[in-house]
Design a protein around this ligand. Structure first.
Ligand SMILES: NC(=O)C1=CN([C@@H]2O[C@H](COP(=O)(O)OP(=O)(O)OC[C@H]3O[C@@H](n4cnc5c(N)ncnc54)[C@H](O)[C@@H]3O)[C@@H](O)[C@H]2O)C=CC1
Ligand SMILES: CC(=O)C(=O)O
Ligand SMILES: [Mg+2]
Length: 372
């Protein structure tokens, strides 16, 4: 199979879909790799690194899209990239379709087959291709949130760990999955007073067993959230209903109950955001103010630490990419129900229920898509 990796074009996105190490693994199995020039440069990988393992470096994204059987990326294809996708071509990347009707329409119109990293599952009910980036975004959230809390950036002017004689910042994390756990660990490590809310009791039991002495946990209800946000300096939104649009857990009216200059970090923004007042921002202009509450809503947070993120993502995607290249997508998905769960679009049909429900579009099952 000919695997193509274009340079990412989303603003300030420095990750790359294929590391030289991963490219080397597919080439060793008899496949070919084409990479757009400078695709890896933001993550510290040069064209020479790719050429050295036998990949071909091409001058333009157009050439990569025109030639490749499978396109491997990081972020959802941007409008100009969607125009280059074609019928029968395989796209393997993050998609986040539920809050994105335009992208969904373009992918359906293209006739391509699109497998979304964020809905591939594993045997334990986890999301193995979302997890590495959730680990990164979770660990970044208190870092960017504490920067936003600084007075010059519009925040309350509160130091996460306080100092002797002055108490620490209060941090509330809504959603105690991968993002939430990593965010809570780092915030607690910075000395903040941290409470994690989740509505999964097994998850709360796990958090209590493992992190009981490090941060608090509480069952997530509207009432618990309403009470905790009145004293919070920072709220980190980290909920997920896989594939679906994020539920709105803090309304605009509730902002007036919060402390002026408190910070909302909405990591769930890539699924539409879990605060009513969230709108996606970029690394170039990451924060904004609504009613005196600072919002940070960058939808590709891991792009800020592109080298760590690229290597972590590549470690997770590689086995699936090898299966797709080796068997073709149909056989690979027929053999692995967890990879099949990643299928969102095939031959003009939506194949993921939560996306169809979020956008009011018809959908078919992944199993039915295998028959087309
Ligand atoms: N902005 C960015 O750059 C990035 C965003 N993300 C996003 O972060 C979000 C979280 O991802 P993960 O932690 O990997 O998901 P996860 O599935 O590991 O955890 C989500 C948690 O939310 C909980 N939850 C669901 N509804 C809830 C509610 N109403 N109240 C409290 N908890 C609730 C679930 O029980 C689960 O424990 C996703 O939307 C993901 O796409 C992930 C990586 C990067
Ligand atoms: C998960 C995701 O969308 C990202 O890493 O950008
Ligand atoms: Mg994202």
């Amino acid at each position: 199979m000919l695997i193509g990796c274009p340079k990412e074009i989303k603003p300030q996105e420095f990750r790359v879909g294929l590391t030289p190490a991963a490219a080397g693994e597919v080439i060793a199995r008899g496949h070919s790799v084409i990479v757009e020039t400078n695709a890896g440069i933001g993550a510290g990988f040069t064209d020479e690194d790719y050429a050295a393992i036998g990949a071909t470096v091409l001058d333009t994204a157009e050439e990569v899209f025109a030639k490749a059987d499978m396109i491997v990326k990081v972020k959802e294809p941007q409008a100009v990239e969607r125009k280059m996708l074609r019928e029968g071509q395989l796209l393997f990347t993050y998609l986040h379709l539920a809050p994105d009707p335009e992208q969904t329409k373009d992918l359906l119109d293209s006739g391509c087959t699109a497998i979304a990293y964020e809905t591939v599952t594993d045997r334990s009910g986890g999301l193995p291709l979302l997890a590495p980036m959730s680990e990164v975004a979770g660990r970044l959230a208190p870092q960017v949130g504490s920067w936003t809390l600084q007075k010059a950036n519009g925040g309350r002017g509160v130091l996460m760990g306080g100092v002797p004689g002055v108490g620490p910042a209060k941090v509330v994390v809504i959603g105690g999955g991968v993002v939430g756990t990593h965010a809570a660990k780092i915030a607690a490590g910075m000395g903040a007073d941290v409470t994690v809310l989740d509505r999964s009791l097994p998850r709360l039991r796990y958090l209590d067993d493992v992190f009981g002495g490090t941060f608090k946990n509480q069952y997530s209800t509207a009432a618990a959230t309403a009470e905790l946000i009145t004293t919070a300096d920072m709220v980190i939104g980290a909920v997920l209903i896989p594939g679906a649009a994020a539920p709105k857990l803090i309304s605009r009216d509730q902002l007036s109950t919060m402390k002026p200059g408190a910070v909302l970090v909405d990591v769930a923004i890539d699924q539409g955001g879990c605060f009513e007042t969230s709108k996606a921002t970029t690394h170039a202009d990451p924060i904004y103010d609504v009613d005196g509450i600072m919002h940070y809503c960058v939808a590709n947070m891991p792009g800020a630490v592109a080298r760590t993120s690229t290597i972590a993502l590549g470690n997770a995607t590689m086995p699936f990419m090898l299966a797709l290249a080796g068997k073709g997508w149909k056989q690979a998905c027929a053999d692995d129900e967890h990879l099949l769960n990643g299928l969102n679009v095939h031959a003009g049909k939506l194949t993921y229920a939560a996306v169809g429900e979020a956008l009011g579009l018809d959908y078919i099952s992944g199993a039915d898509a295998l028959k087309i």
